[in-house]
Design a binder for this molecule. Structure first.
Ligand SMILES: [Fe+2]
Ligand SMILES: [Fe+2]
Length: 143
């Protein structure tokens, strides 16, 4: 059973929903709602990155011996998205609608491409190569 692919893909969807909510509220000029949704999204995405960087990627790297492969690329993309998250948070704090929305547009493209690579390549590889994917999944959920 592809436990990791299922769980982590569902978590991508959960983050996407919070992201859309923040974007829609900001677009409508509803800043309290936009900021609240944005904070929930930011927290959810950072937690997701943490599960990957602290549990999934190290487990994948030690099972496959691939340390300079897909996980290195994913870690680098997380850093790029973290920088953008900080910029967008600042725009949200200042209620700068156009800076917020254009930041969101860039982030959405980065997230879509990143998540697609994980869902189609990395997670299925992890499900296949980890000796006990179920245990890795439990560790991620408690991380
Ligand atoms: Fe990721
Ligand atoms: Fe992910």
């Amino acid at each position: 059973m592809p436990a990791i692919t299922d769980h982590m893909s569902a978590d991508h969807r959960r983050c996407d929903e919070l992201f859309s909510s923040a974007e829609n509220h900001a677009d409508a000029g509803q800043w309290p709602e936009a900021i609240s949704a944005w904070q929930q999204f930011d927290e959810a995405l950072q937690a997701h990155f943490g599960m990957e960087e602290q549990v999934l990627f190290p487990a994948f790297e030690s099972a496959t011996g691939m340390t300079a492969g897909p996980t290195a690329v994913m870690r680098m993309e997380h850093q790029q998205m973290r920088a953008l998250l900080a910029e967008i948070s600042e725009a949200a704090g200042n209620q700068e609608r156009s800076a917020f929305l254009s930041g969101c547009e860039t982030l959405m493209i980065m997230m879509q491409q990143h998540n697609m690579k994980e869902e189609q390549i990395l997670y299925p590889m992890a499900d296949r190569s980890l000796p006990d994917a179920g245990t890795t999944l439990q560790l991620m959920q408690s991380a």
